[in-house]
Design a protein around this ligand. Structure first.
Ligand SMILES: NC(=O)c1ccc[n+]([C@@H]2O[C@H](COP(=O)([O-])OP(=O)(O)OC[C@H]3O[C@@H](n4cnc5c(N)ncnc54)[C@H](OP(=O)(O)O)[C@@H]3O)[C@@H](O)[C@H]2O)c1
Length: 445
């Protein structure tokens, strides 16, 4: 592994040098263990501790098959899906690996007694399998997390509709929180040259998801001037949604839970901000009963901020706790677009407000390759910026997951994998200097 790292760190290295590098027999990776998948049974999801289930193990290196590559991972990031994996909720991800393993001899490699998690990376192509023509050893890349087989006709308009669509590092093995990763090469995209390895590793999953959910015609198809209510507007997804709203000429109404988070949204350029903690919204009277008076109070507050207008789009992901309010506050003819249910997936809302006011609910999930590419292009051009607040070494990835689980983070948190320290990997200093303040906005909040 030292030879691989030295080759990457040596500025004189050519692609041929990477092609000549032998792969090691094993590498360090953050794993879950199948024999522990019931360790939290009986505990509520919020009481399950990722530090107990995530391990740092030495694992064997997989050989890249047709259309695959082994990547030297310089840095990765913690996504909420790693939190879900680590608390074995709502299901154990070993169930995904078992199912994937049944598809073919090749996919059976994923069904192992350990699951290497992580759905983001920035790194260098080390070795490609047969049938790979456009990616070469030595290329600096980021990987999006869409894994598809595309054997069925269904996925050929929009690859997210492939019946064998999976999220790499969540529903497949050999993920990004590791020194090496195995990906399909149609996950690869050029690393933004003005960013460090860790900055480049953090946007991928959430940036692509927010792009599809808010901007793409497959999601809400946001237009100039739209009022967009964004839950968790300084969090993983939300800070990208806020940036897309502002960059696209829309008007974000940012919901956050602290003055520090409100300040982050303000520094991004948002003007309409609701601190849900300070204003004390309580949409549920008890576990079974919602409080429409609170929906109304929330709607009135939005109108107060917008000068009397309702929101055209609600960017939803908290789920059960907020969904009733989201449907209520959406403008007549407007759209609730949802990609998640952090607080619970059994949603309840008053359907009269949906049908009588001709509103739409759209489900959105990650992004197809083209959407991920478009979202990455905007990062590469310095038009959308990383939101990295903190970086952890690989040894502390479980603490990073714990912090995200406890909602103690801002924006995104990065994880150093092979990169020995922060700040490496910048190739375009001119573009970086131009955007340094925006790139560092979430640091040390
Ligand atoms: N389908 C997909 O492709 C996809 C992709 C990415 C993420 N997700 C899912 O989306 C969810 C959010 O991911 P993320 O990366 O944005 O996580 P995150 O970084 O934790 O941010 C979520 C934010 O939502 C807000 N929030 C949490 N619980 C809330 C509640 N009960 N009511 C109101 N606001 C609440 C919090 O902000 P405040 O405390 O400031 O309000 C939090 O910072 C997760 O469930 C994740 O699994 C799905």
């Amino acid at each position: 592994m030292k030879e691989i790292l030295d080759t990457i760190l040596n500025s004189e290295t050519q692609g041929a040098d990477f092609a000549a590098l032998p792969l090691p027999d094993s590498y360090r990776a953050i794993t879950l263990h199948r024999d522990e998948e019931h360790m939290f049974d009986g505990l509520a999801p919020r009481d399950r501790d990722p530090r107990k289930s995530l391990h740092l193990d030495e694992v064997p290196v997989p050989e890249p098959a047709w259309g695959e590559a082994v990547i030297a991972v310089m840095a990765s990031a913690v996504n909420y899906n790693t939190v879900w994996s680590s608390i074995f909720s709502p299901v154990s991800t070993f169930a995904f690996l078992r199912r994937y393993g049944k598809l073919s001899q090749l996919t059976s490699r994923h069904d192992l007694p350990y699951h290497i998690v992580g759905s983001d990376l920035a790194g260098v192509v080390l070795k490609t399998g047969p049938g790979v023509n456009i990616w070469k050893p030595g290329e600096e890349v980021v990987a999006h997390c869409l894994s598809v087989e595309l054997e069925s006709a269904d996925g050929h308009n929009d690859t997210m509709l492939d019946p064998e669509q999976r999220i790499w590092g969540f529903e497949t093995n050999f993920g990004g929180l590791a020194e090496l990763a195995l990906v399909k090469t149609n996950q690869l995209m050029p690393k933004p040259k003005h960013l460090t390895w860790e900055e480049a590793a953090t946007p991928g999953l959430v940036n692509s998801t927010a792009f599809r959910q808010l901007v793409s015609h497959n999601g809400a198809g946001m237009r100039q001037g739209d009022n967009v209510l964004i839950w968790g507007a300084s969090g993983g997804l939300g800070a990208y949604a806020t940036q897309y709203a502002l960059a696209g000429g829309a008007i974000p109404v940012c919901v956050v839970s602290s003055p520090a988070k409100a300040e982050l949204c303000r520094s991004l350029g948002a003007e309409l901000i609701i601190d849900r903690s300070a204003e004390g919204y309580k949409f549920w009277k008890d576990e079974r009963t919602q409080d429409p008076k609170e929906w109304k109070r929330f709607g009135a507050r939005i109108r107060e901020l917008t000068g009397g207008e309702d929101v055209d789009i609600v960017f939803e992901h908290p789920g059960r706790e907020t969904f009733g309010a989201s449907v209520y506050v959406t403008r007549r003819g407007g759209t609730v677009v949802t990609c998640a249910s952090t607080s619970g997936f059994m949603h309840e809302y008053d359907n009269r407000y949906l049908w009588m006011s001709l509103k739409r609910i759209i489900g959105s999930h990650f992004a197809n390759y083209r959407e991920a590419w478009q979202a990455n292009r905007l990062i590469s051009k310095g038009m959308i910026h990383p939101t990295m607040s903190k970086v952890y070494p690989l040894e502390e990835a479980s603490q990073a997951a714990c912090d995200v689980h406890q909602n103690l983070h801002h924006g995104k948190v990065g994880v150093l994998c092979l990169s020995p320290y922060e700040g490496l990997g910048v190739r375009d200093h001119e573009l970086r200097d131009k955007h340094l303040a925006e790139i560092n906005r979430f640091r040390n909040v």
